[in-house]
Ligand binder design. Structure first.
Ligand SMILES: N=CN[C@@H](CCC(=O)O)C(=O)O
Ligand SMILES: [Zn+2]
Length: 432
């Protein structure tokens, strides 16, 4: 009897596996030497997992008798792993286009925040918005990310800063996970800012004695899935001691530590994260040499967010120093009302130009290493047999076009595939 399989993608000009030996992450040398097959095909089974990746002729002879639900002829096109976005804030109401104008006129991020704008503005609007409306908003944003090639995305709460709205946001993220094909890693970020009217100490106590126990109760009852804990460790937000207490409490609940650190001021967040066994720390524009060394030793991933430095005109995170020191470097879009970017291809382009990463480094950072930052690199981030069949097919003769053609992902991405199912098909791609 012949095999029955879900999908064959055949005759691609290039198939970028990223890595091929089951690596959970890549550091500098590995990132510079990605596994790329020329004239290759990919097979995905009915379990949604990759059955085989290899030269087109050997796949053809091995699967000659097989029956496929779908066959895509990728002649002249390239296949890449689904992109992984390791840092987003997609659940909110009330845009901040007016603040973009203020920042263009010279206001800093913290000036806007301290004047009651920024996160506080979004908190006011998010608290006042019902879950159905928030869900509609997040679905539209995740759909845009999917069309740009993202197949796994981290999504944070953090525009509630009190129990009910934080739970509302986490439930909205859960509802998106249950109803959309895109993979979601959910993060409790109740310590995203100190709520107006509270001191940092009061906010910390509220998180430790009210919010986290209630989140834990929902998780234990099977009503909610939360994967990570986050704190904005920053001068004027949460100091090192409060950050430590909140992250440790989250870790004790079984959550992965994945937090904002060393963004606007050197806070020694990197050293703290390494000490606590953090899986990832985001931003790091102001990380010190000691912080970089500690992260390399602890295998704590640096999630770099080139959109933040670009929009806020901040110094860029020192990607090259981190790579040279052996840090695992990943990328995220940082999608939020301050940094309105849904496109990992644009993030990779910015990482190359502003952070001085090479294109192979940027792709590794947006696939296998971003999957590592979310504890998903056993199943995501590369095209290897046994991994989830998440990939994109681009209409270009070399994979690097996805990064090189700035802002052209809508024209380049022909198919997005998750678990072997076609979840986005673009028949309007234009040959240039
Ligand atoms: N820096 C803190 N948090 C977000 C911004 C959130 C906001 O401004 O709404 C970030 O990662 O850039
Ligand atoms: Zn953030």
């Amino acid at each position: 009897m012949s095999d029955s399989l879900r999908l064959l993608v055949k005759n691609a000009k290039q198939v970028v596996m990223v890595c091929k030996n089951g690596e959970n992450f890549l550091t500098k040398d590995g990132m510079q030497n990605l596994a790329v097959l020329e004239n290759a095909s990919v097979v995905i089974g009915h379990n949604g997992l990759i059955e085989a990746v290899g030269p087109a002729d050997s796949i053809e002879s091995r699967f000659r008798e097989a029956v496929f639900d779908h066959v895509l002829d990728a002649t002249g096109m390239c296949v890449l792993p689904g992109l992984v976005d390791a840092h987003t804030h997609p659940v909110w109401a009330g845009d901040r286009v007016h603040e973009f104008a203020m920042k263009l006129a010279g206001a800093t991020y913290m000036q806007v925040h301290e004047a009651g704008g920024g996160i506080h503005f979004t908190v006011t609007h998010t608290r006042a918005t019902n879950p159905e409306t928030l869900l509609q908003g997040v679905k539209g944003r995740l759909e845009r990310m999917l069309r740009a090639g993202t197949t796994l995305v981290e999504c944070k709460s953090g525009y509630g800063l009190e129990l009910n709205t934080e739970l509302k946001m986490l439930n909205v993220i859960d509802a998106a996970r249950k109803t959309m094909p895109i993979g979601i890693s959910s993060t409790y970020c109740g310590a995203h800012a100190v709520a107006r009217g509270k001191t940092m100490e009061e906010a910390t106590e509220d998180i430790l004695s009210v919010q986290l126990p209630a989140v834990q109760k929902q998780i234990s009852a099977g009503n909610l899935q939360v994967d990570n804990i986050d704190v904005f460790c920053e001068k004027g937000v949460f100091d090192l001691n409060s950050t430590r207490r909140i992250l440790q409490a989250g870790k004790d609940m079984g959550l992965n530590i994945n937090f904002h650190g060393d963004e606007l001021h050197p806070m020694n967040s990197a050293q703290l994260g390494a000490e606590l066994g953090a899986l990832a720390i985001s931003h790091l524009e102001e990380v010190t040499d000691e912080g970089i060394a500690a992260m390399a030793r602890a295998k704590t991933c640096a999630v770099l967010l080139p959109t933040t430095a670009y929009i806020l005109r901040l110094p860029c995170p020192r990607a090259r120093d981190m790579l040279d020191a052996g840090v695992i470097v990943a990328l995220g879009s940082d999608f939020n009302p301050n940094a309105y970017c849904c496109s990992m291809p644009m993030v990779m382009h910015l990482a190359c130009v502003t952070l001085k990463m090479s294109m192979p480094e940027a792709l590794a950072a947006a696939t296998i290493n971003a999957a590592y930052a979310l504890n998903h690199s056993q199943s995501h981030g590369s095209l290897e047999p046994g991994k989830q069949g998440d990939l994109l097919i681009i209409n270009a003769p070399r994979w690097e076009h996805l990064i090189y053609q700035f802002g052209s992902h809508q024209e380049l991405v022909r198919f997005v595939i998750i678990k072997g199912n076609i979840v986005y098909e673009n028949d309007k791609v234009l040959d240039l």
